[in-house]
Design a protein around this ligand. Structure first.
Ligand code: MTE
Ligand code: MO
Length: 441
């Protein structure tokens, strides 16, 4: 009770100051009318709480899906296993939910990350339209009418700032390929928690209202005292329904030009907007999408030619194998996709090589194999090392692949040997492997 009285005393005047220093009051009022802070400045008849409510409800579902698939994506690359996967392995309290990512179904990460990235791209026009629909509130004066109002505006700053930050870092990461080497994960991950906390508070406060105003009448009408409708609307050039259709068409266009990079064939060819869309890199057994080529990461033929060997370490010591020796071991096949954190994926490829659990056995772990640290011939850059969990080593489909689709691996797909693990993100499928160290990581 006492608190409420204090809030009331802190309230600032609702109206704008009638005069500004050096100006007559009439002239000042006239100038203020022309700033974005004046309600009459915003004249689109499309704005209104019903328009905002539709976009808000779409975002409620979409952003919840983005958050869940984002957290799954983080768990999937084993951040808590070893510092080579993530420098801050358990992310403090925010790592509370991390778990051993399963190895089945084998298309799991292809699905969760395809959804994460595609839904993020497709929601972008909806987010922009939603922000446009409420932009007059950004300029509303006075900045705070009460302590409660000030707190609400602060939370909206986190909400809008968080949304823009998450969408921009996500889009830049997929379009420009790891623009923030090493720092994308912490930025996008911490940002997601801040954003989602503000989003939950906002959704909790506003969802009942959004449902109520949509039930209360036609989309084209305004509710009594509509806080978002212009007090002096311009002549409509587009109905609200038309404006929503435009946003939907924008989303559809983005969907059509990006979703194909998660599929093969004609669909990939129309995915013009995203890396690893458009045409496959070439014909033949190795003609599926390549992330980084051998040349890009500075792998020379000398390092992967006759002089190459694999070192396998464990209780049995350091064992060395040439490619011929590996090919002489029992060979197994597994049909598995490459599914990148950037959202693109390939269909199942037929990999063939030595089972990781067989190599673990040679290293001195018969029966229950532990995890493994994988290292590449590659000397610098991200993803040249990765830690795999025991459940991944144990799966009989997890291979040190020597061939794909009936042919030797191409240099760009990781010749002489690469890792392939079911359901795992591409970053864990290390190419040009030189060393496997089995043990507790
Ligand atoms: N040594 C090494 N292995 C690597 C990478 C890398 O940069 N270096 N990139 C990884 C990533 S991010 C992906 S998505 C897959 C892509 O495999 P592909 O190029 O054969 O399609 O390889 C993984 N293996
Ligand atoms: Mo990737």
């Amino acid at each position: 009770m006492g608190d409420r009285r204090r809030f009331r005393r802190l309230r600032l005047p609702d109206s704008l100051p009638a005069s500004l220093p050096g100006l007559s009051s009439g002239r000042a009022a006239e100038l203020l009318e022309r700033t974005p802070s004046a309600p009459g400045f915003w004249r689109s008849p499309v704005r209104g709480v019903r328009f905002t409510a539709v976009l808000g409800l779409v975002l409620l579902g979409g952003i919840t899906l983005l958050f869940v698939t984002g957290l799954l994506s983080y768990a999937a690359y084993n951040p808590d296993l070893n510092p080579v996967n993530d420098k801050t392995p358990d992310k403090g309290v925010l790592g509370f939910y991390l778990f051993a990512w399963p190895t089945g179904p084998h298309w799991l990460y292809r699905l969760t990350q395809g959804l994460h990235v595609t839904v993020g791209i497709v929601l972008t026009p909806v987010l922009l339209a939603k922000l446009w629909s409420v932009v007059p509130k950004l300029f509303a004066l006075p900045p705070a009418r009460s302590v409660g109002h000030a707190l609400e505006r602060l939370s909206l700053l986190l909400l809008v700032g968080g949304a823009l930050f998450e969408f921009i870092t996500g889009l830049l990461n997929i379009q420009l390929e790891y623009l923030f080497p090493g720092s994308f994960y912490p930025l996008h991950f911490y940002g997601a928690w801040v954003f989602f906390a503000a989003f939950l508070a906002h959704a909790g406060l506003r969802t009942p209202q959004a449902v109520r105003v949509l039930r209360s009448g036609a989309l084209s009408g305004n509710v009594p005292g509509d806080a978002l409708a212009s007090p002096s609307p311009a002549e409509p050039t587009l109905s609200r329904r038309g404006a929503l259709a435009m946003v939907g068409a924008g989303s559809l266009l983005l969907l059509v030009t990006s979703v194909g990079r998660s599929f093969d064939g004609p669909l990939r060819r129309i995915a013009l907007l995203t890396p690893r869309g458009a045409a496959e890199p070439g014909p033949g057994p190795n003609g599926f999408q390549i992330n980084k080529t051998a040349a890009t990461v500075g792998i020379t033929p000398a390092e992967t030619g006759e002089g190459w060997w694999l070192t396998v370490s464990g209780p049995a010591g350091d064992l060395r194998f040439t490619r011929e020796q590996l090919l002489a071991m029992d060979q197994y096949s597994a049909a598995l996709p490459i599914a990148c954190v950037e959202g693109w994926s390939t269909s199942d490829q037929r990999w063939r090589g030595v089972r990781l659990k067989d190599l673990a056995e040679l290293a001195g772990y018969p029966g229950n194999p532990p995890g493994v640290l994988v290292e590449s011939v590659q000397r610098s850059g991200p993803f040249r090392r990765a830690a795999l969990r025991d459940n991944q080593v144990r799966d009989p489909r997890s291979l040190l692949a020597l061939q794909v689709n009936g042919k030797d691996l191409s240099p760009d797909h990781g010749y002489p040997a690469r890792i392939i693990v079911p359901a795992a993100p591409g970053v864990l499928n290390t190419k040009w492997v030189s060393r496997l160290t089995f043990g507790d990581l």
